[in-house]
Structures are given as C-alpha cells and as structure tokens.
Write a protein that binds this ligand. Structure first.
Ligand code: NAP
Length: 250
C-alpha cells in the first residue's frame, strides 16, 4: 500500500487536496494540529471512498522535534508522495511584527519543511514514481509590502524546492520535486494572517481562487513534467514552468 502525506490537511488547500487525492484512490496520511478537523475529513473521505485508507497524525510542526518524530512514526508506511502544505502568514510591517508569531511562522514554513523534505529525499530519491511537492506562494516569487517576512519565508520555499528539483535531476534521481505557488486563495489563511476572528474574501480581494480550485491546480502540477506551478497574482492564470531562479552546478 502506497500513501500520500499531506501536512496542514485540517483546512483550506490541504483539506481540498486530501479530497482530490482520495478521489483518485490514493491512501492518505494527514497531519495538522486540529485532530477533530482531521477526524471529520477522514469520515467524509471514507463515506465516498471506503477503499481509501486514511491515517491521522495530529502534531504541531512549528516544533522541530515533532517534524522528526512525525517522519520517524511513518517509517512503516511506503510513501509515494509528500506534500508540505502547512504554513502560516503574517501581515505587518517588519518593525511592528509580533516576533512570537514570526518565530512560529519561520519554524513551520522553513524549518519543518526543510526537515521533512530532507528526510523524505534521503529515503526515497531513488524510488520510481515518488514526488515531493512543497507549497510556496506567488509571494514566494514577488515581495509584498507588509508581508515581507512571510514572503521571504516563501522565497526560501521556492528557492529550496527549485534547487532540490535541479539537484535531483542532475543526479538522475527518480523522485520528482515540485513547487506550487498559489495566489490569494479563500481559506483560513487570511484570518490568521491578519489575526482576525472572521474574514470575508469577497469585497476585499478583486480576484481569488477557492481552495478546491487550487487543489485542481496541484493535481495538474502532480500530473505534469514541470517543476513549478505558479498562479499569476493579477490574472489568476496558472502556468506550469521550468525552475525560475538561476541555478549553478558545482
Ligand atoms: P489554512 O486554511 O490556514 O491552512 C493552513 C494549514 O496549516 C491548516 O491545516 C493548519 O492546521 C496547518 N498548520 C498551521 N500551523 C501549523 C502548525 N504549527 N503545525 C502543524 N500544522 C499547522 O491556509 P491555506 O491557505 O490552506 O494554507 C496552505 C498553504 O498555502 C500554506 O503554506 C500557505 O502559506 C499557502 N498559501 C496560501 C495562500 C492563500 O491565499 N490562502 C496563498 C499562497 C500560498 P492546524 O491549525 O489544525 O494545525
């Protein structure tokens, strides 16, 4: 039995991606902190796809030790695809930002993603059919004012993932490494970004995708040969591309 791991599956893009992979008959390992949301998602999936196995692992990935123990706890499963989707944003100017929240964001967006990507590549790079997909942002290719630290964390995700994709291609590894860069997407993200109880996307953003639409884009990236799937932040057109950052081989 092969499994797809999705971090941050309790809401938004991760939740819809779990439904989209389940519809393809993929067995799932789902993680996030809110176990009750993951339980609800598992019940929903098993109502429609009784043959899909759904494993749940509730953990806080802003703590590095939890990223290591999550990976260790999955050693008995054969993993086909790993999707690092869990992420947190923050909207504030650098001088005014809440450094407790920023530390949590950097630990989650950068540290956990690096640990989990590295461990998965170490074990599976030579396995045919495997994929690592990391979720960046259009803010991982364009810096947005009052979200500079979040964007910088996503530039890291884009650069790390593109670089890893190139490195593995050069080595002739079987694993494909890809980065998805969505633009504004209607999820719980904005609530957390602005520290609000409630947030309505309509009326604030002239355009945005739904999480289900972004899950469809992720499937296009998954099915294709290109390493980058990026949404244009103005037109909302989706493009599959080769790596964007300059890359130099040693
Ligand atoms: P979301 O609805 O807030 O989902 C974020 C997911 O990450 C949730 O499942 C959340 O679950 C999990 N998460 C947050 N902190 C965590 C922690 N400390 N440990 C473990 N899991 C944690 O937002 P989303 O829009 O779907 O975000 C998914 C990804 O898309 C993120 O990487 C985000 O940066 C990226 N993105 C979003 C947008 C957008 O406009 N929405 C645009 C571009 C890129 P728990 O709270 O249950 O832990």
């Amino acid at each position: 039995m092969k499994y797809t791991v999705i971090t941050g599956a309790s809401s938004g893009i991760g939740y819809e991606t779990a439904l989209a992979f389940a519809a393809r008959g993929k067995n799932l390992i789902l993680t996030a902190r809110r176990k009750e949301n993951l339980d609800e998602l598992r019940s929903r999936i098993q109502q429609f796809h009784a043959d899909v196995d759904v494993v749940i692992h509730a953990t806080d990935l802003s703590i590095a030790a939890n990223a290591f123990s999550l990976y260790e706890s999955l050693k008995t499963y054969e993993i086909e695809t790993w999707i690092n989707n869990a992420g947190l944003g923050n909207g504030a100017s650098v001088g005014d930002q809440n450094l407790d929240k920023i530390q949590q964001m950097l630990h989650l967006n950068i540290e956990a993603l690096t640990i989990l990507s590295s461990l998965f590549v170490h074990d599976y790079a030579s396995v045919k059919g495997t994929q690592l997909i990391n979720i960046s942002s259009s803010g991982g290719y364009t810096i947005i004012g009052d979200a500079v630290t979040y964007c910088a964390s996503k530039f890291y995700v884009s650069a790390f993932t593109e670089g890893l994709a190139q490195e593995l291609m050069e080595k002739g590894a079987h694993m494909k490494v890809k980065v998805l860069a969505p633009a504004t997407t209607e999820t719980e993200f904005a609530k957390r970004f602005f520290d609000l109880e409630h947030f309505e996307y309509s009326g604030v953003f002239p355009k945005f995708h739904t999480a289900a639409q972004v899950a469809e884009l992720l499937l296009k990236l998954y099915d294709g040969d290109k390493a980058v799937g990026i949404v244009d932040g103005y037109t909302y057109q989706f493009e599959l591309r080769d790596p964007i950052f300059p890359y130099l081989s040693l």
